[in-house]
Design a protein around this ligand. Structure first.
Ligand SMILES: NC(=O)c1ccc[n+]([C@@H]2O[C@H](COP(=O)([O-])OP(=O)(O)OC[C@H]3O[C@@H](n4cnc5c(N)ncnc54)[C@H](O)[C@@H]3O)[C@@H](O)[C@H]2O)c1
Length: 253
């Protein structure tokens, strides 16, 4: 019960890593708002939490719309009775080389991955300021500090999210709000399937190659990222802010 009675919003909680964060946090005693654009997948997360005896609700939101975020945060705070922890997990996956991507692609990826995270923090902040142990966990990526082929918009956005993490850690420290990031490497989720489709790759070969990049010779599972987020969100990390925790099986060492 490392998050007993904590009130948590998880954007992107309908799928993959976000879903694992919602279920792990709920098992650890948190009340969770699953905030995602995908209503039906959010309900699957909710049913999973409820079947394990956890406390949660879903609120449909598009983090790239400030109006939608504002409504979601207000409804979340009413449901939860405040907010202690925000996890920014929602992401748009826009791949490609510079010459392949459009201005719209850039707007989409920054709108969700950077501006979406930033406006979710902005609207959650009044509630975090009233919490006894407030913190934010941004789900960034190793893509935020390494180059990968034909990943330009996504990697640039994740680099910006890491820098947002550092800047907010400094600015929000006066309110005792800790801000950290988790940087997953290759984790098997529905987004991996989208990437396989983009590359038009053979699934087994793709996963084998992705796994070979790590010392542990495999891709990671969403729960392995969720437990890193759990540590940063818990009071065990009370003197940790402005940093990122890499969860990649050693791939970027
Ligand atoms: N899977 C990986 O290998 C990997 C590696 C590094 C980082 N990450 C990061 O982990 C996070 C989760 O990725 P995942 O692999 O679980 O992906 P996923 O596609 O399974 O989940 C992403 C979720 O974000 C939601 N979402 C997308 N746009 C949204 C919007 N505008 N508003 C609200 N919700 C929105 C989707 O509906 C989905 O539920 C992302 O931030 C991603 O960048 C993933």
């Amino acid at each position: 019960m490392r998050l007993k009675s904590k009130k948590v919003i998880v954007t992107g909680g309908a799928s993959g890593i976000g879903r694992a964060i919602c279920t792990v946090f709920a098992k650890e005693g948190a009340s969770v708002v699953v905030a995602d654009i995908d209503e039906s997948a959010s309900l699957e997360t909710l049913y999973q939490i409820q079947s394990e005896g956890g406390q949660a609700t879903t609120i449909t939101t598009d983090v790239s719309s400030e109006e939608s975020v504002c409504e979601m945060v207000s409804a979340s705070a009413s449901f939860l009775g405040g907010v202690d922890i925000l996890v920014n997990d929602a992401a748009a996956f826009v791949f490609g080389r510079l010459e392949d991507v459009t201005l719209k692609d850039w707007e989409t990826v920054f709108g969700v991955n950077v501006i979406g995270a930033s406006s979710t923090v902005k609207h959650t902040l009044p509630y975090l300021k009233r919490s006894a142990s407030p913190n934010i966990v941004n789900i960034a990526s190793v893509s935020g500090f390494i180059a990968q082929p034909a990943f330009v918009p996504y990697n640039t956005s994740k680099g910006a999210l890491l820098q947002l993490t550092r800047c907010l850690a400094m600015d929000l420290a006066e309110f005792k709000v800790r801000v950290n990031a988790v940087c997953p490497g290759a984790i098997y989720t529905p987004a991996t399937e989208k990437h396989i489709a983009f590359e038009n790759a053979d699934r087994d070969e793709f996963l084998e190659k992705a796994g070979q990049g790590s010392f542990l010779n495999r891709v990671g599972q969403p729960e392995e990222v969720a437990y890193a987020a759990l540590f940063l969100a818990s009071d065990e990390a009370s003197f940790i802010t402005g940093t990122h925790l890499v969860v990649d099986g050693g791939a970027t060492v």
